[in-house]
Design a protein around this ligand. Structure first.
Ligand SMILES: Cc1ncc(COP(=O)(O)O)c(C=O)c1O
Length: 366
């Protein structure tokens, strides 16, 4: 019998991350509102900076420690650059956070309807993923606390949360942290923080400044419009950041990505425009869909750059998903996450939101 390498059982249990689709199942290209990308594109300053680097040499490695970028992040947020680590997207940091503190026999906790990467991160290091109940799609701090055991090592909390868009308040986050044993790492994933009017409304950066067991992650993929460059960052204690620095990939932020992210940080007007566009069209779209509530269509109030729309009437999420494909749009149908009755729709350009609202209205009231 031929021998082949066998994966560890916990690795074998991993289902690969499902990225937002950009085409229909038949390959038909569609307007993509399935990955929470920025409809305004990227900051022109960021594009110019990466182009300038790209025309130089690619023969040298980038700065392994992303010093200029960390310095600029620190200055913008008033935090110590020595306690910042950059990642190949915040996804790299979220993943290695579990590996740093959890392993076989340990538990990694997150809320039902949380970001799908958390389960992969937990399984990858051999820990047991534990899911706490939500409260009407929002994070339930009591349920999280009730799920903490002596085996819990890491808790992930996205704020705002993906795919629900809900926001946990500063008081609730502080209460969660205060009730945790010191050996549990609380990871606050702020991928969508720039879409909240006051970016640190939940106080996560303040918490990470003073508490040794808090890690905050951010990304350039959303409001900064640099999803393709794969840059994120984390902020925590010297202890936590030191460990993540040992685990992250060497030279993990490319030359062009460091240049683009640095320039994007300097173009806060672009971030402000992105936030304003999103707030306006998220509100408009949510109001439009609220007119369909007597047909069983509900929008979960969102603080992010997408909305979760529930279909609990005669028209199903499957039918709505197909109707939007027919209208030229691909959105996220998170049926693998227990949300077979919902669609997550990224806030796109004005014309897109108007077209989607009209298509859903026609479908539901036909
Ligand atoms: C909640 C949340 N966290 C983290 C990420 C990862 O983002 P990135 O790796 O692009 O920084 C995403 C991406 O969609 C997300 O939704």
């Amino acid at each position: 019998m031929t021998l082949i390498p066998q994966p560890k059982p916990w690795i074998d249990a991993i289902h690969a991350y499902v990225p937002g689709q950009s085409a229909g199942d038949d390959g038909q290209p569609l307007t993509k509102l399935s990955a929470n990308e920025n409809p305004l594109g990227s900051s022109p300053a960021a594009l110019a900076a990466r182009a300038a680097v790209a025309t130089g040499t690619a023969a040298v490695y980038p700065d392994p420690d992303s010093v200029a970028l960390r310095t600029a992040i620190g200055a913008l947020h008033g935090i110590d650059p020595a306690r910042i680590v950059c990642g190949t997207g915040s996804g790299e940091l979220l993943t290695i956070a579990a590996s740093a503190f959890a392993g076989p026999g340990d538990e990694v906790l997150y809320v039902r309807y949380g970001f799908s990467l958390y389960e992969i991160a937990a399984r990858r290091c051999g820990a047991r993923p534990i899911v706490a109940a939500d409260s009407n799609y929002a994070t339930d701090v009591n349920a999280l606390l009730a799920s903490v055991t002596r085996q819990t090592r890491v808790i992930y909390l996205a704020n705002p949360n993906n795919p629900t868009g809900t926001l946990t308040s500063r008081a609730e986050l502080a209460r969660l942290h205060a009730c945790l044993p010191g050996n549990v790492l609380l990871v606050i994933d702020q991928a969508y923080a720039e879409y909240v009017a006051d970016g640190d409304a939940d106080g996560a950066l303040d918490l990470a400044r003073s508490e040794a067991n808090v890690l905050v992650t951010r990304t350039f993929a959303k409001a900064y419009g640099l999803a393709g460059d794969r840059v994120g960052w984390g902020y925590g204690s010297d202890h936590v950041i030191g460990l993540l620095n040992r685990l992250r990939g060497p030279f993990n932020i490319s030359l062009t990505a460091q240049a683009a992210a640095l320039a994007a940080l300097g173009d806060q007007d672009f971030v402000t425009q992105s936030r304003a566009h999103n707030a306006h069209w998220r509100s408009w779209f949510s109001d439009e869909l609220s007119r369909l509530s007597n047909h069983g269509v509900t929008v979960v109030p969102s603080h992010a750059n997408f909305v979760l729309v529930l279909f609990e009437g005669a028209v199903t999420a499957a039918q709505a998903f197909q109707a939007l494909i027919d209208a030229g749009y691909i959105v996220r149908w998170p049926k693998g996450q227990g949300l077979g009755h919902a669609l997550r729709i990224t806030i796109g350009a004005e014309a897109d939101m108007r077209a989607i609202a009209a298509a859903l209205h026609d479908l539901v009231t036909a």
